[in-house]
Write a protein that binds this ligand. Structure first.
Ligand SMILES: [Zn+2]
Ligand SMILES: [Zn+2]
Length: 340
């Protein structure tokens, strides 16, 4: 038996266990072995470990898919990455051969493999991935911030779908890490009237402190009226990060405006008056994962255009991953970083 390491393994429903497992080995020529420096807990990890689970992962898989680390070994076919290189990873490995990959939509790949969900991820000392999905990142970037490259790449994919211009107005529904990253990106793009909707008190207060825009509690305040009053006609763009608020998004967007749908809630089934979309000439766009947006995300992080360190509210060693998950489950944290 080879060398062992500690890892957070999703064993069965509601059962995430930190235990010793063998260090993964390179088995294909295109793979690299990465020593994990930091791995961020994603909302998806919270859903996977919930009872009943809100997202399905393969039992006995090491979780963790938002990470940064150093290349420590590589297969014989790897020629673009050097040993010692610091990298971030697109956890959604694509085949490069199917009809969607050929249409340059790797996020829709028919053979997509999700690291830390379908196969072993990065809540561990080491992780093996294909060289196709690694992206170099500067060594002076804070490790926790670098670990946020994956969610930021997803955010960039969504922002790319909206033709945002300076002076535009926007609403972001949901002030979790993705919502706040969207708000930061919109602000840096010159959006001047920005509204953030959030019902959880801790997250609302956190968003308030970031001073990105007006924070509204849609339960106690009339969000639609506030947005219409401030903009005169409704917002140019509305981003839903909850996966369930499309009806109110269509209500808050102006005629000819755009609604971008980020969040996934497989249970959401709200009735919508289709004529609203038709007669207001609204564009409704879905956005899923990162689509060739890692280079853009890495350069945003390296240049410091937005400061993601403001979103990191806790850092734990791997042994205390359950504390991090609990904080997120209670809505008392934004980004939690695990250092194995
Ligand atoms: Zn994630
Ligand atoms: Zn494919």
């Amino acid at each position: 038996m080879g060398e062992m390491m500690k890892a957070a393994v999703f064993v069965s429903e509601g059962n995430l266990v930190v235990k010793d497992v063998p260090v993964p080995q390179i088995t294909k020529g295109d793979q690299v072995l990465i020593e994990v420096e930091a791995c961020s807990i994603c909302g998806t990890d919270v859903h996977i470990t919930a009872v009943p689970p809100g997202y399905i992962a393969t039992p006995n898989t090491i979780l963790g898919h938002e990470f940064v680390g150093y290349v420590r070994a590589k297969g014989e076919l790897v020629d673009q990455v050097e040993i010692g290189q610091r990298v971030v990873v697109n956890p959604n490995n694509y085949c490069g051969k199917c009809v969607y990959c050929k249409k340059n939509l790797p996020n829709q790949c028919e053979n997509i493999e999700a690291l830390g969900i379908d196969y072993d991820g990065a809540f561990a000392k080491y992780c093996v991935v294909s060289d196709k999905v690694v992206y170099p990142i500067a060594k002076d970037v804070d490790a926790g911030v670098a670990a946020c490259a994956e969610p930021l790449a997803c955010v960039v994919n969504g922002i790319n779908k909206a033709d945002v211009k300076p002076g535009d107005s926007a609403v972001v529904v949901g002030a979790g890490p993705i919502g706040l990253m969207i708000a930061m990106m919109l602000k840096s793009a010159g959006v001047d009237k920005l509204f953030i909707l959030e019902t959880a008190p801790v997250r609302a207060a956190f968003a308030e402190n970031l001073k990105l825009g007006r924070v509204i509690n849609p339960i106690t305040e009339k969000a639609g009226e506030i947005v219409t009053e401030a903009t005169g006609i409704g917002a140019d763009f509305v981003f839903d990060v909850t996966g369930s608020q499309m009806v109110s998004c269509v209500d808050m967007v102006r005629k000819g405006g755009t609604v971008v749908l980020f969040g996934v809630n497989k249970m959401a089934r709200k009735e919508i008056a289709q004529c609203e979309i038709t007669t207001k000439e609204i564009s409704v766009k879905g956005t899923w994962l990162a689509n060739a947006t890692f280079p853009q995300a890495v350069s945003i992080i390296e240049s410091g255009v937005i400061d993601l360190s403001k979103l990191i509210t806790a850092t734990y060693p791997l042994e205390q991953i359950h504390e991090g998950l609990e904080l997120l489950r209670k809505g008392e944290a934004v980004k939690v970083i695990i250092k194995p």
